[in-house]
Design a protein around this ligand. Structure first.
Ligand SMILES: *Cc1c(COP(=O)(O)O)cnc(C)c1O
Length: 457
């Protein structure tokens, strides 16, 4: 059979709101032209994030009831610990309420002000937590990784030459750890090859620098390795994941992604002394080490989620659903980052709206227009999220201006994807009418979440 189908059937449904263009124009205004301020009841299809928006399986809802809510020593923790150990092989498994808590604790323990942490591309919260601790977040994507128009298999890779140069220049004593993010979320949900992970470990080990994986989408990354990297065609997702983690000294994870659950995260690592320090900080700020800020039932849902996410039929559907949206956009010439990644399609805002310079936030203008025409919510990943100003107030733009359409796991069907594609085409037709924006208010960190905007007349 050639027809692609969702490898599940629907047992429980949730109504989605339908609104008019006029209503949505008003909602956008009330939301300060920042889709983060929109309310669920104003959104028809929500592609803001794939984080914690997963539809849980009947089995996951089932095990929730079996959660053991003991404060200490909960059997739900041990199920969770087992599931994570089976995949990562690490000795210490420390649960947190979500990914950024894992980051804050790990960087709080491992980094000092003025130090630098390299990564293929830091995610926004990772960068935020590093900068908050006074350290520097250094992105080292490959040259091809920041070219939305070029097709390649592993555009998420870290640039190994630049990594070595950076270590020599900064000095290994000023690099408390090196990281790789799989898949590379801010870089287009693009996978990292096994070879790149292996070589990163080699370089870091040469200088005695610990290597951590930001592994939110490890299963999606493993599936891409199976599809695209020689020698892995016949390996299981578990075998590939095991090998990926075997090169690392530890990892942080937002289990709201490939944990197939609505909340959760963890730090996993081998070093006893760092683990002890992490647990101490965990007790102060998250909770006891057998729950880490989560309800114990959530650990049950995660343990089950980690089993389901390794299913190759699920991963095939997942990656092909994202690919399908890309194919539909391609038909009508809507520019997007190629090839489509694991969890999202990223509209190439520079090619979509070349008439708006980065300092006037083309991605934000596109995200707003997309919502206006359809009720579909996406998110800007460009100058709003990562832009900075130099000492003279000049805008420093990140390498790409993107609008991410993140696909929640197991939530939307093929017809929903078709609706989204039509919405993108509709917004693209209006591209010459898009207007520049300015920020009227912003917070000190992670400004994209709460910044307020106005159109420049
Ligand atoms: C989501 C995400 C995080 C942060 O996790 P939260 O659970 O949202 O706190 C960190 N890194 C990457 C790559 C992510 O996608």
């Amino acid at each position: 059979m050639k027809t692609r189908i969702e490898p599940f059937k629907i047992k429980s449904v949730e109504e989605i709101p339908m609104t008019t263009v006029e209503q949505r124009e008003q909602f956008l205004k009330e939301a300060f032209y920042n889709p983060f301020y929109l309310k669920s009841e104003q959104i028809t299809i929500d592609l803001l994030t794939d984080s914690g928006t997963t539809a849980m399986s009947a089995k996951q809802w089932g095990v929730l009831m079996d959660g053991d809510e003991a404060y200490a020593g909960s059997r739900s923790y041990y199920r969770f610990e087992n599931a994570v150990k089976k995949i990562t092989g690490f000795k210490h498994i420390i649960p947190t309420h979500q990914g950024r808590a894992a980051e804050r604790i790990l960087f709080g323990v491992m980094c000092k002000a003025g130090q630098t942490i390299p990564n293929n591309t830091h995610f926004d919260t990772t960068r935020g937590n590093i900068e908050y601790s006074g350290a520097n977040a250094l992105d080292l994507p490959t040259a091809i990784g920041t070219r939305p128009d070029l097709e390649a298999d592993f555009k998420g890779n870290i640039d190994l030459d630049k990594l070595r140069e950076a270590i020599v220049e900064i000095g290994p004593e000023n690099i408390p750890l090196g990281m790789i993010t799989v898949t590379n979320n801010s870089g287009g949900g693009q996978p990292v090859s096994m070879e790149n992970i292996r070589e990163t470990k080699k370089i870091l080990a040469e200088y005695g620098i610990p290597f951590f994986i930001d592994c939110c989408r490890f299963a999606e990354n493993a599936y891409f390795i199976k599809l695209r990297e020689k020698g892995y065609e016949n390996k299981s997702i578990m075998e590939i994941a095991n090998e990926m983690f075997s090169y690392a000294d530890g990892c942080t994870m937002s289990a709201k992604k490939d944990g197939l659950s609505n909340t959760g995260g963890f730090i996993a690592l081998n070093d006893d002394s760092i683990a002890e320090k992490c647990r101490t900080l965990l007790i102060v700020t998250e909770g006891f080490p057998t729950y880490g800020g989560l309800a114990r039932r959530d650990l049950e849902a995660l343990a089950q989620g980690f089993e389901e996410v390794m299913d190759v039929n699920y991963l095939k559907y997942r990656i092909e659903q994202v690919q399908y949206l890309g194919e539909l956009l391609d038909k009508d010439g809507v520019p997007f980052l190629r090839p489509t990644g694991g969890h999202a399609v990223y509209i190439d805002a520079k090619a979509f709206a070349p008439n708006i310079a980065p300092q006037y936030f083309p991605g934000q203008a596109i995200a707003n227009e997309l919502y206006r025409v359809s009720g579909v919510r996406g998110v800007e990943i460009g100058s709003v999220m990562f832009g900075k100003e130099d000492e003279n107030g000049n805008h420093i733009a990140p390498p790409m201006e993107l609008v991410r359409l993140a696909i929640p796991r197991r939530v939307y069907t093929k017809s929903h994807i078709e609706y989204v594609a039509e919405a993108c085409v509709e917004a693209y037709k209006n591209r010459n009418e898009l207007k520049p924006l300015k920020i009227t208010w912003q917070p000190q960190f992670l400004r994209h979440f709460t910044a307020k905007f106005e159109y420049i007349k």
